[in-house]
Each structure stands twice: as C-alpha cells, then as structure tokens.
Design a protein around this ligand. Structure first.
Ligand code: SF4
Length: 266
C-alpha cells in the first residue's frame, strides 16, 4: 500500500520534471500578459529608456548577443554607456570572416571591455565534417540547418545559460522572417525573454547613429555586406536588394533563419 503510494508520487514528480524540461510550462497566461503590458508600456519610449529599464531590472541575468553587425554595434555602444559591466557575447562558428575578429578586438579596445566568445563543440564539428563534408550547407537546407545547429545553436544555448533575458539587434524591416518582431518576446526555443530594442529602427537610423557617435563597425559593410554571417554562407548584395538577400542566397527567403531567431511567442 505504502509502496504503491510512493510509486504514484514518484511517477507524478517524474511527469512534472518532464514537463519542466520540455518547456511546456514556461509561458503561462500570466507571462503572456506581462509581456503584452511591457510592450505597451514601452511602445513610445526611446531606446535608452528601454535599455536602462531592462538592464537594471534584470541585472546579472541579462546579456547582449552580438553578431558583429551594425545593429549590434549600436547596441554595444548604448549598453556600455548604461552599464559597462553588462555581459556581451558573440559566437565564433569557425567559419567567420577575418573582419569579424578585427572588430572583436577593436570593440574591446574602444569600450575597455572583454566580449565573451563561444565556440562549437569540436567533436561534433569533426563528426559532422567527416560524415557530410566541409561545405555540407550547399547540399540541402537540412544540411545547412544541421551545420547552423552545431556551430551556432548549441553554443548559443551555453551562452544563454543562467540568463533570464537576452538582447538582440533584430529590426522588423530586415526581412520577411522578421516582420512580426516585437520589442519584448518570449523565446520559446531557449526558454527566456528576448529584447529587441532596435525593432522599429530603420537602416538609416542605425547608420546615422554609427557615423554620429563614431561607433566601430564591421568593415564588411563597406564591401556591400549588409547582414553579417559566416563566410561561405554570406555574400555582398546589390543596391535595392533585401537586407538579408546575401545570407544563404541559394535558399528561398522564408527559410532564411539559422534557428537563432525562430519566431517566438509574443
Ligand atoms: S551560416 Fe553556414 S557555415 Fe555558418 S553555421 Fe550556418 S550553415 Fe554553417
């Protein structure tokens, strides 16, 4: 009798643990309402005000994720003025342009900071390359997503571990996959909040800020690269082309996300 009750209790606890680990519990109605309320509260606020609130409210549990593109450099400049101790990280996939490494150095020197750099698991990269080839991403969308998973998604999960919110440089007019981006979102895939302070900024605003404040930027932008990604998967674009047209240019626009920014629940 006692054993049966203990078994049932353990079974129940196991079920709860399973739900917790699956992430199903993570967006209760209350959290959705909070996100909506904060989006409303900050709908007219300027970017500094938004960043000041979230950097203070989530101090020690918030980080800026930088892909070393123009938007992330603007955000680096803004957050360093508000909280110079905030964590800023980037992912080194092992297939980056040399300009990215130069910019990491320059940014660290300019702001007297140390950007955290996360790398992929070398054994997983070795197995992937051995099984599918060094340039597997050109063979299929499935291969491309697999490579992004090993080189980007897994390191990102380590970078986000222990955080409650991450800051990203997404803008809603960057591509068809980003039209519905909101200021504050629930990132279902990673189980934390995502803040997009530049969501309503235009391309011109970003570059006006960079020029005006003399923010260090990625020299790839001077060579026609609008969106910064891995070397084999990114090309310069022509005037008038979509900002992300140079990313995985052999794929359809709808599939052009690497999994770092899948559409979240808002
Ligand atoms: S962008 Fe290309 S090289 Fe970089 S992780 Fe994705 S598939 Fe791999």
């Amino acid at each position: 009798m006692f054993y049966g009750a203990t078994f049932k209790l353990n079974f129940f606890i196991n079920k709860i643990e399973l739900l917790l680990s699956s992430g199903i519990w993570k967006l209760p109605e209350m959290r959705k309402e909070e996100i909506k309320a904060l989006n409303k509260q900050f709908s007219k606020a300027d970017t500094e005000e938004v960043l000041s609130y979230f950097l203070s409210e989530f101090k020690g549990r918030i980080a800026l994720s930088s892909s070393l593109g123009a938007e992330d450099q603007v955000l680096t400049d803004l957050v360093m003025q508000i909280d110079p101790e905030v964590k800023i990280f980037t992912l080194d996939t092992g297939r980056m342009f040399p300009e990215n490494y130069d910019l990491i150095d320059k940014t660290n020197q300019t702001y007297h900071m140390k950007m955290d750099v996360f790398f992929p698991d070398y054994e997983k990269v070795e197995n992937m390359v051995s099984e599918k080839g060094i340039n597997l991403f050109y063979d299929s969308i499935e291969n491309r997503k697999f490579c992004c998973h090993i080189r980007k998604i897994e390191p990102l999960k380590r970078a986000l571990s222990g955080l409650d919110i991450w800051i990203c440089g997404l803008r809603s007019d960057q591509s068809v996959t980003r039209i519905n981006t909101r200021l504050l979102e629930w990132d279902e895939a990673n189980g934390l909040l995502k803040l997009n302070p530049l969501v309503d900024w235009t391309h011109e605003q970003v570059w006006n800020y960079i020029r005006e404040k003399k923010v260090p930027y990625n020299k790839l932008h001077d060579k026609g690269f609008l969106s910064i990604g891995c070397q084999p998967c990114t090309r310069a674009i022509q005037p008038g082309e979509d900002v992300r047209a140079g990313r995985w240019w052999w794929e359809q626009p709808e599939s052009k996300e690497c999994g770092l920014h899948n559409r979240p629940v808002t």
